[in-house]
Design a protein. Structure first.
Length: 492
């Protein structure tokens, strides 16, 4: 071998040594950083050398296609419990949690190797023993269509056998807490090798079963009723922790306030108890049940409303009975007074008595004499503010305070819009002095059986909810109208 050949050999060896040093340095940086995917680092280092190294790296890359498995559970298995199970099984296998987010948690296990073995592997171009970092990740999603939780465990880098062992431990622990299996067909090969896991709840991710039901295939008109059904299904089921707690709340409520007559003196305490439970249940839906995710934002606007309807529907007879008893005197006085006033079915007389201006009578001038008296009785559709009066009668047909409040808001809106429509936009109610007499007229003709109980039922709820502060003036006007008819009309 001549000197020229020796020089070329030394140059080639130096070049190869520099490459190996660079590879070792990159590995050390990777160990320090912890979160650099091993497969990408090895592939990148292999590309620095010859075509043989590229071939080996690509072969290694294909060999570490890590397993992924899904677990479907009921929503009673909340995210807090899932994370506790994952922490335990990871700690058992020597993993440490390196990232913990609301719906995702990542664990890593480091197995230190000496530089000598690392150098040998680099020089020989074999990477089979370099998987000294093993990382896996758990994510959780909620399927809104089936009301089930989907847990995905995915191996990111490292030893496949170790990843499979964590999967197996996790499935065993999860089975203890899952009240009822969810039948699915297992497709593909077993993720656990010789330990074939034939369990209907655990399904490998495939093209066929990778759908989360993220999109709601329905019209906007059906969205509210669909959302109400979804929340109600959970609230009424003892399979879910939240359903059990709601059932316990009802039991406690009826034990504490079972006698409406005795409990009436405690108002508004019973109303406050329901109000705070509604807030607690709503917060639970956003937190533990993951309905607060961006993917489920379409049904979340109806969450609190659905909870309110459900809870008040169950306690309404008992709770509203307390208000009927407490405000029976006021309701009776109102009924008796309106009965006397309405004996003479003369709407024009009532409008005049309340000193409502002519422009707000909403009566066709052809129906009036020169003395501003009716030529003939009005037909039902000709009665001033009839739409607002009819709307008010709906207040007894709904059960939650917000639904009743919505009726009052609509009464107020229909009352104002009647003026605008009659005058074709040229006139409108602009002040409280104009509005209050008209509201008294509407309340007089509404014929609501327990009007004092209805209004105070709503009023106590509005006082508890800081978001309804702007509705307090509206409630004051309605209560003032009832008080005027009951106590002042006769005297005046």
């Amino acid at each position: 071998m001549n000197d020229q050949t020796l020089d070329r050999t030394e140059i080639h060896d130096d070049h190869k040594k520099n490459e190996m040093d660079s590879m070792i340095l990159d590995h050390k940086k990777m160990f320090d950083a912890h979160n650099i995917p091993l497969s990408e680092s090895q592939f990148g280092m292999a590309r620095k050398s010859s075509d043989d190294y590229e071939t080996n790296a690509l072969t290694f890359q294909s060999q570490i296609n890590k397993p992924t498995v899904t677990f479907e559970t009921s929503l009673s298995v909340n995210m807090r419990l899932i994370k506790d199970i994952f922490n335990r099984v990871c700690k058992k296998r020597g993993f440490s949690i390196i990232d913990d987010e609301r719906e995702q948690i990542t664990a890593m296990r480091k197995q230190y190797i000496n530089l000598k073995d690392l150098c040998i592997n680099c020089f020989t171009g074999k990477f089979k023993n370099l998987t000294s970092i093993t990382t896996l990740r758990l994510t959780s999603k909620t399927n809104k269509i089936t009301c089930r939780r989907k847990i995905v465990l995915k191996g990111l880098i490292g030893e496949i056998k170790l990843i499979k062992a964590v999967f197996f431990d996790f499935s065993n622990e999860l089975e203890v807490h899952e009240p009822r299996p969810s039948p699915h067909k297992i497709t593909g090969s077993s993720l656990f090798g010789d330990q074939l896991l034939i369990h209907s709840r655990y399904v490998p991710i495939t093209e066929e079963n990778n759908s989360d039901g993220e999109e709601l295939a329905m019209s906007p008109q059906n969205l509210e009723s669909y959302s109400f059904y979804e929340f109600r299904k959970i609230l009424s089921s003892d399979q879910y922790a939240i359903g059990k707690k709601v059932a316990e709340f009802f039991k406690d409520f009826f034990e504490s306030y079972g006698d409406s007559k005795a409990s009436a003196s405690l108002l508004p305490q019973p109303m406050a108890k329901v109000f705070y439970k509604i807030n607690q249940v709503t917060e639970t839906f956003f937190a533990d049940f993951n309905y607060g995710k961006s993917e489920t934002r379409k049904i979340m606007p109806f969450c609190k409303t659905s909870v309110e309807k459900f809870l008040f529907e169950k306690v309404y007879s008992n709770l509203f009975g307390m208000y009927q008893i407490k405000f029976d005197k006021q309701s009776t006085m109102f009924r008796e007074q309106t009965h006397e006033i309405l004996k003479e079915k003369n709407h024009l007389k009532h409008l005049k008595f309340l000193e409502i201006p002519l422009k707000f009578w909403l009566i066709n001038p052809d129906k009036l004499t020169e003395a501003e008296e009716l030529k003939e009785p009005l037909q039902e559709h000709e009665i001033p503010y009839i739409n607002a009066i009819n709307e008010f009668s709906k207040i007894s047909k709904v059960r939650s305070p917000k639904e009743k409040l919505a009726v009052l808001l609509m009464v107020n809106s229909l009352m104002k819009s009647s003026v605008v429509e009659y005058h074709q936009g040229k006139q409108e109610i602009t002040s409280m002095d104009e509005q209050l007499p008209i509201l008294i007229y509407v309340v007089l003709h509404c014929q609501v059986e327990n009007i004092a109980a209805e209004l105070n039922f709503i009023h106590d709820f509005v006082n508890l909810d800081p978001t309804l502060e702007s509705e307090e003036m509206l409630m004051a006007n309605f209560k003032m109208s009832v008080e005027y008819i009951s106590e002042k009309w006769k005297n005046e």
